[in-house]
Ligand binder design. Sequence first.
Ligand SMILES: NC(=O)c1ccc[n+]([C@@H]2O[C@H](COP(=O)([O-])OP(=O)(O)OC[C@H]3O[C@@H](n4cnc5c(N)ncnc54)[C@H](O)[C@@H]3O)[C@@H](O)[C@H]2O)c1
Length: 251
Amino acid sequence: MADLGFTPGDRIVITGAASGIGRCAAVRAAELGLAVEAWDLNLEGAESVAAEINDAGGRALARGVDVGDYPAIEQAMQAAHAEGRVRYLVNNAGPPSYLDMSFDEGVRLVLGSVRTATDAWLAGEPGASSEPGAVGAAMCATASVAGTMVGTGSNWYSAAKAGITGYVRHLAAYRTAEARYNAVAPGMVGTPRLAGFTASDLGQDILDRIPLGRVAEPDEIAWAVLFSLSPLASYLNGQVLVVDGGWSITQ
Ligand SMILES: NC(=O)c1ccc[n+]([C@@H]2O[C@H](COP(=O)([O-])OP(=O)(O)OC[C@H]3O[C@@H](n4cnc5c(N)ncnc54)[C@H](O)[C@@H]3O)[C@@H](O)[C@H]2O)c1
């Protein structure tokens, strides 16, 4: 197993941890020695990933949290900090772009939730460090190439994902006394929400333009997220890591 320099037992909250990228991030974080809080709308799914981690000798607990419910986020974060300082936050939960939502509703859910969770997390004083290679508080948000390069059909999805990158830059410029902040922008990732899409004409057309010729494994995104949080990335702040197999450079 890789050693990214995390301190064993440090605590991490991962939203949307029941499936896909969030689930992989939870499992890998636990393998790296972190104590995981797996948050998801789908409590049963979060409990299943927490059980998988605990059965493998790691440490995890599950919470049913809908990130569209701001008071629920604040309450859950207070409870999480009460169990011990939460050093890391992964703002990953979000609805698929094909959901039918109004612009305001979508931006509130995708972007407003990131702001609410981050504010609640920072209120617990996660413990920053600006020293080279030091363990220090860090947040990573899952953005998307839909917010950096590709125009998608859903107006709220592209706008909110782009908003996440702007919000991360704001935090990185003005709130570094409290933590480091980065985003990861995946291209196409083989998670349940993409099921069937790659077989469609549009999916095939996109695949043809990805130099690596395939979609990402969710683990390949999770590792980028965990690297950005780790002491190995102690000078990485305010960046958007595009992890898309080179799709963006072919546009
Ligand atoms: N799959 C891709 O191709 C892709 C590409 C770019 C960005 N992303 C982003 O990656 C993140 C994770 O997506 P994924 O592909 O792993 O999806 P996924 O559907 O496999 O998992 C998403 C998880 O988030 C949870 N979730 C959804 N809405 C929630 C809410 N309101 N509150 C709490 N939990 C909620 C779901 O229950 C699910 O467990 C999302 O933010 C998505 O926009 C995915």
